[in-house]
Design a binder for this molecule. Structure first.
Ligand code: UN1
Length: 497
């Protein structure tokens, strides 16, 4: 019997009101069921929002350092359960153990950061233009936060949103991806065990249409934080517009690594392998374009193909495996269809391009790491987010051309430049249109205490991570205290005419 999981609403574990369920399977071996989960609907969202609204009235009054103490406990519990959480995550979404451990660690880092923020949450005191008057601006909680998250970072991304939301004094209704509901459930267990009061954290499992959009459109949800595709992000923006709720969107990417002729090619090689094929390319920060200087093109391509051939595909729980499966059949189909599109457009496969024939991989959603050459900047495989192990290589002749091609996309999340020339590095930092730029490091590897997010259609201007996410989850309240004992009119009484 597969393990049965439940929603958590108002401090209680409950089934969907309809009694419906869905299954979650291991993508490396689809015969293995990770669990069954409630297939919730509007009525479950309503209950969760009602509970969160009620709980907000008490939670907002808990001193922020106290909320921070709970976050420290959350971090401690995650440390204790790190290995178990990583194994559960690999089973339900396929990335290799070293990476799922990293994913949990990102959550731990976020918890301790949130804990310490409980004793900061700084505001401003500002001199008044009038005598005997005190001005300040302080952060206040907003209300009920809807958190809708993807499957590729099943622990890290929910923590990026939920921990700062709670620390700021908001309550949360959480809808995790239906490919990774078990990890999400463990996170909620940890929050409860650490002492988050009832109604403050609620989880509702189910589909994006019913549950996700149900949360986004709910009139009593004050803010929404979403990570996922640009297409869904646009729909969320539209639905949220009807109630003017605050929305933070972290969306697609078409990130490029630029390798200049003077680069340390071995370093650049390690970088592109990790950036393109880590997490099976299923990161919004994944390297999906390699912009290679013509002077080192042949040499680097040879090194790249040699090394990619050595990557071992398999079940991420096994020792020595480098690349896991795609998360589900839909994702594998997308990768297959982009391989066809690339070939039709005139690109050539330098490596991979197929579903592996190895019988040991026959019951998982695997796809070979795939490298395209002869890619033109206007090709669809150079422009569209694939979210799989596919790298498009484009030849460039100068830094200017490299940056121009890099920027020629609707997205702007991450970027990377390999060069030893400090002038080129700083020119690239100035001119690349992306929220994140790495010098001599791959496009993946964001740290929890730094702002994370992108420009153009990668988002809508907010940043997660670091100190910046606290701006999204709190509202500024401006306060004037006049202790002069008389009416003082700003802009009028302090000027002659
Ligand atoms: C994502 O791909 O959605 O920088 C997030 C990175 C990770 C986070 C990725 N720390 O690749």
């Amino acid at each position: 019997m597969a393990k049965k999981f439940q929603n958590f609403i108002n401090g209680k574990w409950v089934d969907a009101k309809s009694g419906k369920t869905f299954e979650n399977r291991n993508p490396a071996n689809w015969d293995e069921i990770v669990g069954t989960f409630p297939k919730s609907g509007k009525e479950d969202v309503d209950e969760a929002v009602k509970a969160a609204r009620l709980a907000f009235e008490k939670w907002r009054l808990v001193p922020a350092p106290k909320r921070g103490d709970i976050m420290r406990k959350v971090g401690d519990l995650m440390v204790e359960r790190k290995e178990e959480l990583a194994r559960q995550m690999t089973r339900e979404m396929g990335k290799v153990l070293a990476e799922t451990r990293g994913d949990v660690q990102e959550g731990i880092d976020t918890a301790y950061y949130a804990s310490s923020e409980g004793r900061r949450l700084f505001g401003h005191t500002v001199p008044s233009e009038l005598p005997n008057k005190f001005n300040m601006a302080m952060r206040v909680p907003i209300g009920v936060a809807g958190v809708v998250t993807p499957w590729n970072f099943p622990m890290a991304i929910p923590t990026w949103k939920i921990f700062p939301a709670l620390l700021c004094g908001n309550t949360v209704v959480f809808k995790p991806a239906s490919d990774t509901p078990a990890t999400a459930t463990s996170l909620v267990e940890i929050l409860v065990d650490a002492g988050v009061p009832e109604g403050v954290i609620n989880i509702v499992h189910g589909g994006g249409g019913e549950v996700g959009m149900g949360i986004v459109g709910h009139p009593d949800v004050d803010l929404v934080s979403f990570t996922g595709s640009t297409e869904v992000g646009k729909k969320i923006s539209e639905v949220a517009a009807s109630t003017l709720k605050r929305v933070s969107l972290e969306l697609g990417g078409k990130n490029a690594q630029l390798v200049m002729a003077d680069a340390d090619l071995h370093l650049a090689l390690d970088g592109v392998l990790w950036g393109a094929f880590g997490t099976t390319g299923q990161r919004c920060t994944a390297t999906s374009r390699l912009l290679l200087h013509e002077k080192v093109f042949n040499e680097f391509m040879k090194m790249l193909v040699d090394r990619v051939a050595k990557l071992k595909l398999g079940d991420g729980l096994l020792e020595g495996v480098d690349v896991g499966p795609c998360v589900n059949q839909g994702q594998q189909d997308t990768v297959k269809s982009y391989v066809e599109i690339g070939l039709k457009e005139g690109a050539r496969i330098a490596f991979g391009g197929a579903v592996p024939k190895d019988p040991a991989l026959a019951r998982g959603w695997f796809h070979e790491p795939t490298i395209f050459v002869d890619v033109q900047p206007h090709h669809r495989i150079a422009k569209e987010e694939i979210f799989g192990p596919v790298l498009s290589v484009i030849k460039i002749a100068s830094l200017e051309e490299g940056i121009r091609v890099m920027n020629d996309t609707i997205y702007g999340l991450s970027s990377s430049v390999y060069t030893k020339n400090v002038n080129d590095a700083y020119t690239a930092i100035r001119d690349i249109q992306a929220g994140i730029t790495y010098i001599n490091a791959p496009t993946i590897g964001a740290e929890a205490h730094m702002p994370f997010g992108g420009v153009k259609q990668t988002g809508n201007g907010h940043r997660e991570g670091g100190w910046t996410v606290y701006d999204f989850f709190s509202e500024w309240k401006t306060v004037y205290v006049d202790y002069s004992g008389g009416l003082q009119r700003a802009q009028i009484d302090n000027y002659d005419k």
